[in-house]
Design a protein around this ligand. Structure first.
Ligand SMILES: Cc1cc2nc3c(=O)[nH]c(=O)nc-3n(C[C@H](O)[C@H](O)[C@H](O)COP(=O)(O)OP(=O)(O)OC[C@H]3O[C@@H](n4cnc5c(N)ncnc54)[C@H](O)[C@@H]3O)c2cc1C
Length: 374
């Protein structure tokens, strides 16, 4: 039994690592427990879009949260590069949300109006403007241009974060937390298969697996399997992310294009890379950007998004469990939301008042009773 740590962070995905790194930066002694190896799950699988405006369907706290996190990204990747030498390849190249029908064009124009009113930059481009800037995309009725959205290379971000936490925290890989127990609501004992650790502050950032440790999240956090693939254009490529309905094509600085993504709520933790999903993604890519039809197929992979009931994350201290915090349920936007989530957790742990728009993501909506015995 050891109690040398101020905070134990459970889960070494983008959320757990960003939070552990941020907490260690305040001088805290942080233990990070990862069941597998850091970044083994959804975080390395992600397409890496920073779609703050793309991913929101109405103004409100989630839109504000996404814009806030996007605005933190440049400093976040700069600090990571200084600490580790790894460049996560942040691209400020904007996103085109394509209209393939007139009805879609009208809907996107309405979307542009509320986004501008809510503080985002957005512009509706004619089909000619789209063709001149992105000649590989399909004939269209214009596109909504979101110039401040962008993308990063998720596996490189994970490599940088892994190095950063290994420098600043104690990181145990292959260390699955199997229980968190408190007897006096002051000290927590976190057990792995071989060790027990005592601490006053715990952060659970175990992604889609959160209910395994915290049964009160059962039914509220669940896996949403997603499959992606990547292609390498033979000649010209896209300049920016192109999005249409459920399909996106994200050009990476290494010359590949990530095509995504399926969304399967019924697959549980199934890990199959399915042929019909590859077919669907290739067909969708062909519909959106026929100019890429002779690209070279590189690979396909899957990940389990941590889905939540309302598709929004749960961040903060659990009711009746002082200093037991969660940061889960980031669903489609965990890469985008990692910097702001780390700030929210730090303020939560230090009991600083939260701005109003953060409060919509507090787990007060979890009914959590009595002792936490898992
Ligand atoms: C196909 C796909 C495309 C995506 N595209 C984007 C995108 O473009 N932009 C974006 O912002 N987001 C995207 N996402 C979403 C993003 O990947 C997730 O929201 C984010 O990675 C969640 O991070 P996490 O740290 O919560 O979870 P994870 O990365 O899953 O990490 C959880 C970690 O906890 C560990 N763990 C679990 N249980 C235990 C335990 N008991 N003890 C110790 N460790 C444990 C796991 O091994 C894992 O490493 C995408 C996701 C998928 C699947």
């Amino acid at each position: 039994m050891t109690d040398a740590f101020d905070v134990i962070v459970i889960g070494g995905g983008v959320i757990g690592m960003s939070s552990a790194w941020r907490l260690a930066g305040t001088g805290r002694r942080v233990l990070l427990l990862e069941r597998d190896r850091t970044g083994a799950e959804a975080s390395s699988a992600a397409a890496g879009m920073l779609g703050a405006q793309l991913e929101t369907s109405s103004p409100g706290p989630f839109f504000q949260l996404c814009l806030e996190s996007r605005s933190l990204y440049q400093n976040y990747v700069d600090e990571l590069r200084e600490e580790t030498g790894v460049d996560a390849q942040l691209n400020h190249n904007g996103i085109y949300q394509l209209a393939l029908t007139e009805t879609e064009a009208h809907a996107l124009q309405r979307r542009m109006e509320w986004q501008i009113q809510a503080g985002g930059r957005a512009q509706f481009l004619s089909s000619r403007e789209v063709y001149e800037s992105e000649p590989l995309v399909a004939r269209n009725f214009g596109a909504l241009y979101l110039p401040d959205d962008g993308n990063i290379h998720a596996p490189l971000l994970i490599r940088a974060l892994s190095l950063a936490v290994k420098r600043t925290c104690t990181v145990l890989e292959g260390a699955e937390a199997i229980s968190i127990v408190t007897h006096n609501s002051l000290d927590y004992t976190v057990s792995t298969h071989s060790e027990k650790y005592v601490t006053r502050t715990v952060v659970v950032a175990t992604g889609a697996w959160a209910p395994h440790l915290l049964p009160s999240l059962t039914g509220r956090i669940r896996p949403v399997k997603g499959q992606l693939l990547s292609i390498r254009p033979r000649r010209a490529t896209l300049q920016r992310t192109i999005f249409h309905h459920h399909t996106y094509l994200v050009p990476k600085r290494d010359g590949t294009i990530v095509v995504g993504a399926t969304e399967d709520k019924e697959a549980g933790f199934n890990r199959d890379v399915r042929a019909d999903a590859v077919q669907y993604l290739l067909d969708s890519a062909q519909q959106v950007a026929p100019g890429l039809s002779d690209a070279v197929f590189v690979r396909s992979w899957i990940g389990h998004r941590p889905g939540s009931e309302d598709a929004h994350p749960w961040i903060g201290e659990l009711a009746e469990s002082p200093q037991l915090h969660v940061a889960v349920g980031h669903f489609r936007n965990g890469i985008l939301l990692a910097p702001v989530t780390a700030n929210m957790l730090l303020d939560s742990i230090e009991r600083r008042p939260w701005p109003v728009h953060w409060q919509a993501f507090h787990p007060a909506r979890v009914s959590h009773e009595g002792e936490v015995t898992i």
